[in-house]
Each structure stands twice: as C-alpha cells, then as structure tokens.
Design a binder for this molecule. Structure first.
Ligand code: AMP
Length: 359
C-alpha cells in the first residue's frame, strides 16, 4: 500500500542516518517522528517530532506506533523483541527477521552460506580452548570478533602467523561474551553494494563502491570501484539474493571482500542505509535515503543509476574543522551532521567530490 502524502514515518534511532532519512521523507511529503533517548540528536533537526526514550521502552514504542503509519530504523541493534512487539500494531520495515540475522555474526554467516553465498571461514568461540582449536584449523591466522554489538572494528582482535598462539585469558579479555573467529581474508579490495527491495518485490542496486577503512572505520568510498563487470554483477546478484531470502523491504548495505581470484566473499550486511552509500546523494538522482523512504512508503523504487563518478570521504573527529575550506571547493557536496562536540573516531560529516562519469 502506498502511504498518502502527509503520513508519518517513525524512525528508530536519531543519528546522522536518521537525520538524512528525515530529510528524504520531507522531500517526498512525509512527516517523521524519531525515537531516540538523546534529546538534541542529529535527527532532531530534520524530523518533525521526537519521542525521547530508550529504544526498548514499551510505552515509548506504543507512542511511536500510535503516531506513525509505518516504522523503520537507522541502526541494526534495535532490540528484536521491541521490533516484533511494534509489528503487531504498525508495519515495520525492514522485517525484524533482518535484525535477527544482522545482530549476530554467527547467525549472519550461517544465513549467508545457506543462501548460497560465500563468506570467510568461521567458527564459534566460547572459550580459550575453542579459540586455540579454531586458530589451529585456520593455520594460525584469524580475526576474533564479538558475535554481537561490534561495529566500526570495535571488539576485534587479529591473530597472524603459523604456530601456536598464547590464547590463555583471551576469551575473558574480550568480555567473556560469545565470539566468532573468522579466517583472515587476503583481499585486494573491499566493496559494498547498496540495494533495495520494494513492497512489490522490485529490486534495484547502486553501482558497487570501493571502500577504504582505517582502524575499522570507513574513510573513503570510490565509485566506480576498480573491479570487473563480472565481479560487479556478482555483487549485485548477491545483494538481490539476500533481499529476496529475507522478504525484505527497504535499503540494505552489503559489504564484500574481493580476494582478486575471481571469488567474492560477503563480510557483513547492514539492514539499513549505509555509510558507504552516502555518495548516492551527490552522484545519483535518487539517493539511498530517498530509495529507503520510497520502499517503506510503498512508492515505486527510484532509478539507482549514477550521473557522475565520485569519491566520498568521511569527516572524522577534528577533520570537520576543514569544512569551511571544503565548502569553497567546486564540484564538492558537503554534508555536516550538526553534532556539537567532535570526539576522536566520531563521524561528524562527509563530503563527496564528483567528476563527470567516465565509465
Ligand atoms: P567489520 O566490523 O567486520 O566490518 O570489520 C571491519 C574491517 O576489518 C573490515 O572492513 C576489514 O577491513 C577488516 N576485517 C574484518 N574481518 C576481516 C577478515 N575476516 N579478514 C580480513 N580483514 C577483516
């Protein structure tokens, strides 16, 4: 069903992604109400109303369900129980099943492999002995991650080199929580695909972006990526397979490792708009944010094609001080998140340099 203009979209999470969703919703004639515990959150400036409460507050969720005609979210750690409770009184997109998969790296990899996609090798680790056995199985190399609540490289530890590692106490040092050991992938590059599925099952995908991370945080996304047409098509098809398997509605971000031997490994999926898709607001007629709003509102999906080549760069911490200089540059689209305080590692904004489309 298409939401009539003037309807209200509820957004769980009030960070910069919620802020940009609020802008896109307004552009299409919708109102927004955001659920976020922090009062002066980035999304407060662009969403019409805010419910100030924790994401799992039952009264607040009821309030959101009453005020919204449809609900979506901007981060994947929305409590699944809260999403399922909400679903009883208001449509919620993407479906809570996507949260289930994306919140646990083990469930995510099981799901991806079941869907016929390749990932790094992996083993569940629930103690030091598991870790020793898994490292041995992987020849000494691996990336140890918390199964839940890890993002931007947080909660990770890399092991390199053959021979046995001293793993005593590692499980406790990682917080004593369920872990996963992934094989250390020797990749040539990292790419991501932003794709969307509409309520009618229509599928669209943006061109893959080539991403560079530092200390686990995305620094740049370059489009087009330096990959073959076959790899680009395989990445797009993988994203479509994931969307269909989840009976998904909305935008998804799928990150891949490109080992360079013709294979493609899915690293992780984000059931939401994604940082590596920010370039779409500068280089496409329909951004990922508008695409997501179209999907959750039941509108036809928009054209994902790209009119320009581009490089998106995040402004992290004090890098935001360069904003006035960047603002003077031609063919540069600047976006600031309105965060009062800059802290190391905090995403403060991003900019996209666009050049005429070359290929
Ligand atoms: P993640 O939080 O899982 O997306 O990891 C953050 C970054 O760490 C990735 O974008 C990669 O650059 C690197 N990384 C994560 N997992 C692996 C892996 N299994 N092998 C090699 N590098 C990895």
């Amino acid at each position: 069903m298409t939401l009539p203009a003037g309807s209200t979209i509820g957004i769980i999470g009030g960070g910069q992604l919620g802020r940009m969703l609020g802008m896109a919703a307004a552009k299409l004639g919708y109102r927004t109400v955001v659920l976020e515990p922090q009062a002066d959150c980035p999304a407060a400036a662009t969403c019409g109303a805010q419910v100030i409460a924790p994401y799992d507050d039952a009264d607040a969720l009821r309030d959101l369900a009453t005020r919204a005609d449809v609900v979506t979210y901007e981060f994947e750690n929305v409590p699944v129980e809260a999403a399922r409770a909400l679903e009883k009184s208001v449509p919620i997109y993407p479906p809570p099943a996507a949260l289930d998969v994306a919140q646990d790296r083990l469930a995510e990899k099981d799901f991806l492999n079941r869907a016929g996609l390749s990932t790094a090798s992996y083993r569940a680790v629930d103690g030091d002995a598991d870790l020793a056995a898994a490292l041995e199985a992987f020849g000494g190399d691996g990336v140890l991650k918390t199964r839940r609540l890890g993002y931007d490289g947080k909660g990770q530890r890399v092991f390199r080199g053959a021979g046995s590692h001293d793993v005593e106490g590692v499980f406790a040092a990682m917080g004593g929580v369920p872990l996963i050991l992934e094989g250390l992938v020797q990749f040539e590059r990292e790419i991501s695909v932003i794709a969307a599925r509409g309520q009618d099952g229509a599928l669209v995908a943006y061109d893959p972006a080539e991403n560079v991370h530092r200390e686990g945080i995305l620094r740049t996304s370059t489009v087009p990526a330096t990959i073959s047409a076959e790899t680009a098509a395989a990445a797009r098809e993988s994203a479509f397979a994931i969307l269909s398997a989840l009976d998904y509605v909305g935008v998804i971000g799928v990150e891949f490792f490109v080992p360079g031997d013709g294979s493609l490994l899915v690293n992780e999926i984000a059931p939401r708009v994604h940082n590596s898709g920010h370039w779409t607001e500068a280089a496409c007629h329909v951004s990922q944010f508008e695409q997501h709003i179209r999907a959750v509102a039941g509108l036809p999906l928009g054209d994902p094609s790209r009119h320009s080549d581009c490089v998106m760069e995040n402004l992290i911490g004090d890098e935001v001080l360069a904003a006035p200089t960047l603002a003077a540059e031609r063919n540069l689209v600047l976006h600031l998140y309105g965060k009062a305080e800059s802290r190391p590692g905090r995403k403060m904004g991003h900019f996209t340099r666009i050049t005429p489309r070359n290929r």
